[in-house]
Design a protein around this ligand. Structure first.
Ligand SMILES: Cc1cc2nc3c(=O)[nH]c(=O)nc-3n(C[C@H](O)[C@H](O)[C@H](O)COP(=O)(O)OP(=O)(O)OC[C@H]3O[C@@H](n4cnc5c(N)ncnc54)[C@H](O)[C@@H]3O)c2cc1C
Ligand SMILES: *[C@@H]1O[C@H](CO)[C@@H](O)[C@H](O)[C@H]1NC(C)=O
Ligand SMILES: *[C@@H]1O[C@H](CO)[C@@H](O)[C@H](O)[C@H]1NC(C)=O
Ligand SMILES: *[C@@H]1O[C@H](CO)[C@@H](O)[C@H](O)[C@H]1NC(C)=O
Ligand SMILES: *[C@@H]1O[C@H](CO)[C@@H](O)[C@H](O)[C@H]1NC(C)=O
Length: 603
């Protein structure tokens, strides 16, 4: 046993070493940064190397005549980041900005101080280094809706070429499809291993009359194993897909560089940024455009710190107003329910104690397969329509997990989610080491809308994030319907073969309600919401007539010259599923729009 572990450590560290060597080639040493930034002008400065920023850096540097500077606050993640089963652990490290939302009135009641955490990635790859890698485009009509709001060029037909351009699709059975492409940068595959419970979930769906679908193809409604950004068992991030592959002299990447302000001149033109690296402040300028890709939270924050935001709010904080604008409004997030645990009578679920087995790690290291290649425990999903669905789009996602909040004995998820000790001890502690699976029912088009504001003009202070969860009562009712569908799934013959049974210990705080009554579930949803970390919309895209729009359909900030925002913050409405595929699409499309607008230039 000991030799086996030793072998594993050697294999791991040696591959880590190779990996870091590759990275060193394109990350600047501080001395080189100094030389480069002091006397040269860039054409473009990109702020943030997340999902969207990585795409931009790659596509814009295809033009050899352009010099691109990419500034990223974090660093390159280590080798362990590539191993899908460890996904949750990274939230407990410095690769997470570590934000928490404001204490909620109607949600997060089972979390410490009624605050849910809002993890955001900090490092090359951005939040794609923390995420669960699930690749879903959303529904076709989500994008048609963007277009109908006045955003020309963003209908599904318009954006499909960019979804295709981004992906290297390798999902058996669905490959020969006009919806997919096998030659892009971003790997889209199935997890190389499925538990029997995940297969049972698909069988249960069929038993209930649903189809097994390619939810990124013709028809979204139905059941499926998850399509994931995994490359033969290893996590694929924005950085591994778009930055690691290239080594171009016209692309400069500075890590550990935190932008504190966008520099805007008297003519309202963005001409550079101010940043701090290793306690040294610097200004750096560019001749064409500043491109802001710091994500839904930090892009909104940086705009406001730079004088672009709601006039009264900025004045309150003594920030000189350059452009009055509705930055920080229109914030949406997917939310669901974490607490549906079904106990089973066979040893088929993912328990941490069972996974920490040298044989499984060895299988993974040698062949990149087996249970270690599963992202946390997420394995399959279904898109369904409840009785409340107002149109043909599925309004609930059921995310299947081959474990539950107790499966790691309270070591990671409890901390990452800020679960209160009381709640964990009352309902999860008693089932530690027991086999179970879960379904997280998630409302796809939440109506509760949040807002992000600054606490102060100090760039190092986290902003104030209030998603106002469940301020609209429909969101709870739709999740409740999702719960009922999930319970019916547990009652299928497929799941009854495992003796699947709802875990029925009551959440403290909901004891007054009869277990599994509608009111019990409503209370439980408020205590144990699942935040999907899909926040969008704080820098809304819209036509000039939309008073809440901050950027136009070309992603240019209204009222400011040569400043675009390119990330999840521009989404005018939340797509269903998981949002990252749409963010890569935004990066691809924005790069084309930028190339188009500088086409006539002589450089
Ligand atoms: C735990 C978790 C699980 C998730 N699971 C999924 C999933 O399975 N599927 C899915 O589709 N989505 C998932 N998501 C969401 C998805 O990963 C994000 O929405 C997406 O990565 C955001 O992309 P972005 O380009 O908008 O921003 P980000 O990727 O967050 O990029 C922003 C970058 O800017 C940098 N930055 C910020 N401020 C500054 C500054 N001042 N100076 C310099 N750099 C700065 C950040 O460090 C970061 O690298 C998940 C998110 C989390 C947290
Ligand atoms: C792929 O699809 C095309 C067009 O629908 C069809 O003509 C072709 O036979 C298909 N190929 C395979 C291998 O299924
Ligand atoms: C950067 O430029 C701004 C605006 O001109 C100025 O206020 C600031 O002091 C400069 N910072 C550095 C480090 O030069
Ligand atoms: C669950 O199944 C029962 C019994 O078949 C059925 O009456 C009910 O409508 C189903 N609920 C949902 C939400 O599908
Ligand atoms: C699990 O429960 C089901 C349903 O009660 C039963 O048919 C099956 O034999 C049980 N399996 C084991 C291993 O106990």
């Amino acid at each position: 046993m000991k030799t086996l572990w030793l072998f594993i450590i050697i294999v791991t560290t040696s591959s880590a070493h190779n990996f870091l060597d590759i990275v060193k080639n394109y990350i600047h040493s501080p001395e080189k940064d100094e030389k480069f930034t002091s006397n040269s002008k860039y054409d473009f400065i990109i702020i943030g190397a997340g999902s969207a920023g990585s795409v931009l850096a790659n596509r814009l540097s295809e033009n050899k005549k352009w010099r691109i500077l990419l500034l990223e606050a974090g660093y390159m993640p280590n080798f362990f980041n590539r191993i899908p089963i460890f996904v949750g652990y990274f939230q407990l490290t410095g690769y997470n900005w570590g934000y928490n939302i404001e204490p909620q009135k109607n949600a997060c009641l089972g979390m410490k101080n009624r605050q849910c955490s809002w993890p955001r990635g900090r490092g090359l790859g951005g939040t794609s280094i923390l995420n669960y890698m699930i690749h879903t485009r959303g529904n076709k009509f989500d994008y048609d809706q963007w277009a109908s709001l006045g955003n020309g060029g963003w209908s599904y037909v318009d954006v499909l070429p960019y979804f295709k351009k981004s992906e290297r699709f390798n999902v058996p059975g669905f490959k020969n499809s006009s919806y997919h492409n096998e030659n892009g940068n971003l790997c889209v595959e199935h997890v190389p291993y499925h538990t029997k419970l995940a297969t049972t979930f698909l069988n249960a769906g069929q038993e209930l009359g649903y189809k097994i679908v390619d939810y990124n193809g013709q028809d979204q409604k139905g059941f499926s194993y998850i399509q994931v950004n995994i490359n033969h068992g290893k996590r694929c991030t924005g950085a591994t897909a778009y930055l690691e592959q290239i080594n171009r002299p016209n692309l400069e990447i500075i890590t550990g560089a935190r932008v504190t302000k966008i520099l805007i001149d008297a003519d309202k033109r963005a001409y550079g940024v101010e940043y701090i690296k290793d306690t040294i402040w610097k200004n750096v300028t560019c001749s064409k455009e500043v491109l802001l890709s710091a994500g839904t939270i930090d892009s909104a924050k940086l705009l406001m710190l730079s004088g672009i935001g709601p006039k009264e709010h900025l004045e309150e904080l003594n920030i000189p107003v350059i452009q009055d604008s509705k930055v920080g409004y229109n914030m949406y997030e997917h939310i669901g329910f974490l607490g549906l645990t079904f106990m089973v009578n066979q040893s088929e679920s993912l328990l941490q104690s069972r996974l920490f087995n040298p044989k499984l790690f060895l299988e993974y290291l040698l062949y990149k397969r087996g249970p270690i290649s599963i992202p946390g425990g997420a394995e399959a999903l279904a898109f369904i329509r409840t009785k409340y669905a107002p149109d043909e789009r599925p309004d609930v996602e059921l995310l299947f997990v081959s474990g539950s909040l107790h499966s790691d004995n309270g070591q990671v998820l409890k901390r990452a989610l800020r679960l209160s000790e009381d709640l964990y001890d009352a309902i999860y502690k008693p089932i530690e080491e027991q086999d179970a699976w879960s379904i997280w029912p998630i409302v796809q088009y939440p109506r509760s809308v949040g807002r992000l504001t600054l606490r102060s003009k100090d760039p190092f202070e986290p902003p104030k994030m209030d998603p106002n969860f469940f301020s609209h009562p429909a969101d709870i009712e739709i999740i409740l319907e999702g719960i009922k569908h999930a319970i019916n799934i547990s009652k299928t013959k497929a799941f009854q073969a495992y003796g699947s049974r709802l875990h029925d210990l009551k959440i403290p705080g909901c004891k007054q309600f009869e277990f599994a009554s509608d009111d019990y579930w409503r209370c439980a949803i408020k205590h144990l919401p699942s935040m999907m970390n899909h926040e969008i919309g704080t820098v809304k895209m819209g036509p000039q007539t939309d008073t809440y729009a901050v950027v136009d359909p070309q992603l240019k900030v209204y009222g400011i010259k040569t400043l675009r925002v390119v990330d999840a913050s521009i989404m005018p409405a939340i797509p269903s599923g998981h949002v990252n595929a749409g963010i890569y699409m935004i990066g691809e499309k924005a790069a084309d729009m930028i190339k188009q607008s500088w086409k006539g230039e002589l450089y």
